[in-house]
Design a protein around this ligand. Structure first.
Ligand code: GDP
Ligand code: MN
Length: 388
């Protein structure tokens, strides 16, 4: 689960990490009032969306005067911001963060995340922070230094200093940076953050180290014990289809291809996506309807898959172990009728009552092709999607 920048900065401040002063606003008038309260001439207006890359997409504006703050907020609020990190539809801007501007001498980068293969937290730092860190990582990886934190020992000050000196910080700045690192490490461990990112971490014109941006991501499996953080969730920033799916207890992930997949069991779902890819297709989603699924759930799953206009064909791959194939067939037929389905469906039903299920699909008069062999089914659906 992600947080907004302003929420992450609030947590930063609590853990002793210096951040600029700012205020949240949900309307242009509130933005003006926020600026007045902050005081001064110049302000930064920042769109609050769950994605980076806002600077280059017009979501971060440096302005002068209260009118300009109001104007900038007016232009952002109610719009959707499309950045390199969002899809083409972008994310809704429901609030802006009005901040006192900082004088920037240097833009650095620091981030911590869980390195699963090493089973420990890794911190990465670079003097080449700012808006192009992805390019730095790709083209000049030697500009990024990593340290690995032993879980029993915790982050050692010498490790933080190592990163600090790598970024050519002065002695005083290294001390400030070490405190920031300790704060980040405590957030990672005490708040179950799976990623803490500061980009840019700046050296101000006065020579102090400060977090200018903040990005936190949390392990959803730990949210049960992070009640406060769980309460900061903003569903408006999450994938609509995925949000809808969670209402019906369906495991659904949007993927962006053109073949909708409906499968029972996570393992079979992954194998299905693999075989679709193997035969040159691109899955539009991962969807596990669960073991003891019902006709209603199948209907909801169908609605989810077909809400994306990119989906050109649907692949149903169900193993009737706990669930009966005739029940699935009933759900499919119901869903096709309810959604007025126009795109072709390839259905592979195996297991309990599979003959009955297949007969029902055949008799339905709908555009459903029953195929019993997995490879053949995958080839068929890929061909149907390509010819659409
Ligand atoms: P992101 O593009 O979504 O990662 O948003 P950031 O919060 O990182 O802001 C993008 C860029 O805007 C930063 O790298 C800075 O160059 C610039 N910026 C943001 N806040 C300030 C500020 O207070 N003063 C100045 N001079 N530049 C800022
Ligand atoms: Mn940033």
């Amino acid at each position: 689960m992600n947080l907004h920048e302003y929420q992450s900065k609030e947590i930063f401040a609590r853990y002793g990490i210096p951040v600029p002063q700012g205020q949240l606003a949900a309307s242009p008038e509130q933005a003006r009032a926020a600026a007045k309260q902050l005081g001064g001439e110049k302000f930064v207006v920042k769109a609050q969306v769950h994605a980076g890359g806002r600077g280059k997409a017009g979501g971060v504006k440096l302005v002068e005067g209260f009118d300009a703050v109001e104007e900038a907020a007016k232009k952002m609020l109610g719009q959707r911001l499309v950045t390199k990190q969002t899809d083409a539809a972008g994310l809704p801007i429901n609030s802006v963060w009005v901040e006192k501007p900082s004088g920037i001498a240097r833009e650095l980068y620091v981030a911590g995340l869980v390195d699963r293969s090493r089973e420990r937290i890794v911190f990465m730092a670079s003097a080449a922070g700012g808006m192009d860190i992805e390019e730095v990582a790709e083209h000049t990886p030697e500009k990024i230094k990593r340290i690995f934190v032993h879980p029993a020992a915790g982050l050692q000050p010498y490790q933080a200093r190592e990163l600090g000196f790598f970024m050519d910080l002065t002695k005083e700045q290294v001390d400030q940076f070490t405190k920031i690192m300790q704060g980040l490490y405590r957030i990672a461990t005490e708040c179950d953050a799976s990623m803490v990112e500061v980009n840019p971490l700046i050296v101000t014109t006065e020579g102090n180290v400060m977090a200018l941006d903040a990005k936190l991501n949390f392990d959803t499996n730990a949210l049960y014990r992070q009640k406060e953080i769980a309460g900061m969730r903003d569903p408006s920033q999450e994938d609509e289809a995925e949000r809808e799916a969670s209402k019906f207890d369906l495991n659904y992930v949007t993927l962006g291809g053109d073949i909708g997949c409906m499968v029972n069991g996570a393992g079979l779902a992954m194998a299905t996506m693999d075989i679709v890819k193997l035969h040159g297709g691109k899955p539009a989603n991962f969807l596990d309807v669960g073991g003891g699924t019902t006709a209603e759930k199948v209907t909801e799953a169908f609605k989810l898959i077909t809400r994306s206009p990119e989906v050109k064909a649907i692949f149903i791959n169900i193993f009737g172990g706990i669930v009966r194939c005739d029940l699935i067939a009933e759900g499919i037929i119901q869903a096709c009728k309810q959604t007025g389905l126009k795109i072709p469906v390839v259905a592979r039903l195996q297991g309990t009552n599979m003959e009955k299920g297949r007969d029902m699909l055949n008799a339905s008069g709908l555009k459903i092709t029953p195929v019993s062999d997995l490879t053949e089914a995958a080839k068929t659906v890929v061909a149907l999607a390509k010819s659409a």
